[in-house]
Design a protein around this ligand. Structure first.
Ligand code: ASP
Length: 441
């Protein structure tokens, strides 16, 4: 039988009603044998995620302050789920062990991990599934980096013995067996690891949206969903700030060639977005998605005969390296070069970066321009389509947006443009209208 791995995010397991929806989804298909669970998330927008409650509760404990009220509020979140589901399960023993560990300063990661741990015990009980604690199977190395090879060698044989299991997301353990978490949102990574360990046919990631949208719904109202996206396209969009899935969650399944399907727990009939390595499916539009970010600066350098000066580019980049800075893009002309960097990274280092460039490169003109936004227009379909760039720039010209920089990746998978921050929303809308709305008429 094919095996599917399903992961539920915090909002999908925030209360008993959400637990019921998740359980209906799992039990609807016998292939859904392995379930990865997050800690209870927000039930309403002003609510607090259990993970955040755990962090603040532990902070009190670590300072030696009284944390019993904060801990009781966490117990209450879990107890109300248990009661509302009508389970006879009791977590009293676990609560007292955890409280004790908090008092003995078991560590911030340990504290945060208890949300997924307790929630998974409840979900396993409700589904009648086994419970597997990832502490013994998901391993980090001495330096704190996730160790995929060690993990697969432990987790695959363990899960092969089981018909089904619920596995808490977000954490594993260090070589000395202390608990270590991934970064926030890390249950997505656990789902990907489990999918790879059992060689799943698909990794279903159930959340509160029906997959990725072509563009940010805060900028364009009701944007169209992305039906299928390749890992590479997703990486380009995620880099530019398109959220939903933890960036590191792609790597384990990508390596194993397992597709990811982003689905909506509250609208299980929606098909969601498929993330695949290659696809024969042409996207309905030339572009797959648009994403962007504000907060960039450009360092502009001019020097006569720059093009003939051996090592000029290297000297500019050495100046950044010396200041421990990365660059995002580096478009160049014959006698000009622009280096685009994150403004945040540049703050406080402006003078030392400029001084370094002056002493290494002796430019004729050197200045920093701030308040730029970058927009990535991504699509595997762009390669085959003539006139994409033409349409893009005419859309921007019509919207009266001044384009400050253009960079087309050598893979022809993306075109990145820089605009003034104040033009960011207008530009994004204009691109969406041109490639999605107009394409439908
Ligand atoms: N509960 C953790 C967090 O809020 C991990 C997760 O949900 O993926 O970041």
């Amino acid at each position: 039988m094919d095996t599917k791995v399903v992961k539920f995010g915090g909002s999908s397991l925030a209360d008993a009603a959400q637990f019921r929806k998740a359980a209906d989804i799992v039990l609807a298909e016998p292939e859904r044998r392995f379930v990865v669970a997050s800690a209870p998330g927000k039930r309403f927008s002003a609510d607090i995620k259990v993970t955040d409650m755990l962090y603040s509760c532990y902070e009190l404990a670590a300072k030696g302050e009284d944390f019993s009220a904060a801990f009781a509020a966490i117990e209450e979140r879990f107890n109300s789920i248990i009661a509302d589901l009508g389970l006879s399960l009791s977590l009293e023993k676990e609560f007292s062990d955890i409280k004790n560990a908090f008092a003995h300063r078991a560590g911030r990661d340990y504290a945060a991990s208890r949300g997924e741990y307790l929630n998974s015990i409840i979900l396993a009980d409700f589904l009648g599934y086994n419970f597997v604690d990832p502490a013994g199977y998901i391993r980090f190395d001495e330096s704190g980096s996730f160790d995929l090879a060690a993990t697969l060698s432990l987790l695959s044989p363990k899960l092969a013995q089981l018909q089904n299991a619920v596995i808490p997301g977000f954490y594993g353990s260090m070589p000395n067996d202390t608990i270590k978490t991934f970064s926030r949102g890390g249950s997505d990574i656990t789902g990907s690891i489990v999918a790879s360990a059992v060689n799943a046919v698909i990794y279903e990631n159930w959340t509160d949206v029906s997959g990725f949208m072509i563009c940010d719904p805060r900028i364009v109202e009701n944007p169209k969903p992305i039906r299928t996206i390749t890992y590479r396209e997703l990486r380009e969009l995620a880099y530019m700030g398109a959220g939903v899935l933890h960036e590191d969650a792609i790597f384990p399944v990508r390596k194993a060639g397992i597709p990811i399907n982003i689905r909506n727990t509250n609208q299980p009939e929606d098909r969601g977005t498929f993330i695949v390595s290659e696809t024969a499916e042409t996207s309905p539009y030339i572009i797959t998605g648009i994403a962007g970010k504000k907060g960039f600066s450009v360092i502009q350098i001019e020097k006569d005969m720059m093009n003939a000066e051996v090592g000029f580019g290297r000297n500019v980049l050495r100046a950044l390296e010396k200041n421990n800075m990365c660059f995002e893009h580096m478009p160049s002309g014959i006698d000009t070069m622009s280096v685009i960097v994150s403004s945040e990274a540049l703050i406080g280092k402006e003078k030392s970066v400029l001084d370094e460039i002056v002493s290494r490169c002796h430019p004729d003109k050197l200045e920093i321009e701030n308040n730029l936004a970058l927009i990535a227009v991504v699509g595997r379909g762009m390669k085959k389509t003539r006139g994409t760039a033409g349409r893009l720039f005419s859309a921007l010209a019509h919207a009266r947006v001044n384009v400050k920089m253009i960079d087309q990746g050598s893979s022809e998978l993306n075109i990145i443009i820089a605009v003034e921050e104040e033009d960011f929303e207008t530009a994004t809308k204009a691109i969406y209208d041109m490639f999605v709305l107009t394409a439908e008429k």
